[in-house]
Ligand binder design. Sequence first.
Ligand code: FMN
Length: 200
Amino acid sequence: MSRPPLPDFFDDLDACREALWRLLADGAERGRSGFHLPALATVDAEGRPRLRSVVLRAADAGSGTLRFHCDRRSDKAAELAARPACALQAYDADAKVQVRIEGTARLHTADAVAEAAWAEARAMSRVCYGTEPAPGTALAEGGAYTLPDAEAALTLGRPHFAAVTVRAERLDFLYLDRRGHRRAGWRRAEAGWTGTWLTP
Ligand SMILES: Cc1cc2nc3c(=O)[nH]c(=O)nc-3n(C[C@H](O)[C@H](O)[C@H](O)COP(=O)(O)O)c2cc1C
């Protein structure tokens, strides 16, 4: 059986970094991409790791930033406000690529980033931010919470909405192929990204 050609980035370090950002940007656009739902790691007040899925909303190679959205009342928002260090990880089976990002998060609640993100959010998503009581509250029964209708969500949801941007500081790219895996890592320096091949 003939194998598909190796990807253009296979032995090209710069092309690996370009592919990493291209795959992330595509993941933000396309629900079926493995990069659409990265795992987000934060650190809690006791220094323990916390992990959950978030929808990747944007990835920008130029600034080296990613964006996702969350409820300001959620644990993740509190954890990021207290300790902005965070990490994201995702794998896409078609691309056979895992991406790991470590960086610093910033919560946007009332600035232009937050306004633009809220404006582009779908009605269905906005409704979630109007949930009562706050995310993570213990409930007597599973259904003992309320969601506003789409119109009320505009006023009830917006105060709880946060756009979170992550400024990437370390990148790790892993491509799996029987003909040879390829792994590369980069660190952000003043002058830009410095990268190296790594043993997979
Ligand atoms: C498919 C999927 C997508 C999700 N997207 C988001 C998201 O974009 N933002 C978010 O805050 N939580 C999202 N969640 C919920 C989180 O994974 C998590 O359960 C919830 O936000 C509580 O996390 P926390 O207590 O650590 O804040 C998503 C969950 C799933 C299963």
